[in-house]
Design a protein around this ligand. Sequence first.
Ligand code: UDP
Length: 239
Amino acid sequence: DTSASSFKRVMLKISGEALMGDQGFGLHPPTVERIAKEVRSVHDMGVEICMVIGGGNIFRGLQGSAQGMERTTADYMGMLATVMNALAMQSALEAEGIHTRVISAITMNEVAEPYIRRRAVRHLEKKRVCIFAAGTGNPYFTTDTAATLRANEMSCEAIFKGTKVDGVYDKDPMKHDDAKRYDTVSYDDVLAKRLGVMDASAIALARDNNLPIIVFSLDEPGGFKGILAGEGTYTRVQG
Ligand code: UDP
């Protein structure tokens, strides 16, 4: 591939719901395959790729606790859900010919590698896609925070947050015709105006380490690659 990327190493964060297609629950393998192809096109540019995938298509701790489950147990179930999504993505990436490692924050050696920072860095240097699973390994966190944490640890230049819309708007663009998209927006404005990019702990962790968050549409074919090549519409959250 000839188009150059201005980024050498990035974190791609997607929600679990991005993998469920139109089903409303669970995994839709053709959708996972479509996203894997988007990742491959960026991998082909020589970019080193980290991924974090949520678990909301299977289980969310908060939902469980709202229905009477003990919160930390429900959160561990949510973390396990992210491992299933990570394995599905690994399978799809390997079908595209990309070497991939699933690295879990909760040790389960039969299905995934344990998280060892230097080892993960080495995988990236060897152009293996690293999928960080099981969130941070701690209850009361989200996979947005996990993505920010790992992006900092792996020295990623930015987090790419793939969503259903092409950036951050001043109000919900699905509900308001006059919603305005920001080209750039500060971390502090995201927090103060509750713009819903990521949860507050993730935004604060990105801000305190000057890690840009690029919000873009995962539904736009070629969108991920386009942004890395300097095209397309997106919002950049920065200092
Ligand atoms: N979770 C957690 N700690 C973490 C990451 C995730 O306890 O570090 C749990 C939490 O219950 C969360 C669930 O895993 O609801 C799934 O993650 P998330 O809600 O971030 O998934 P997404 O909304 O991105 O699909």
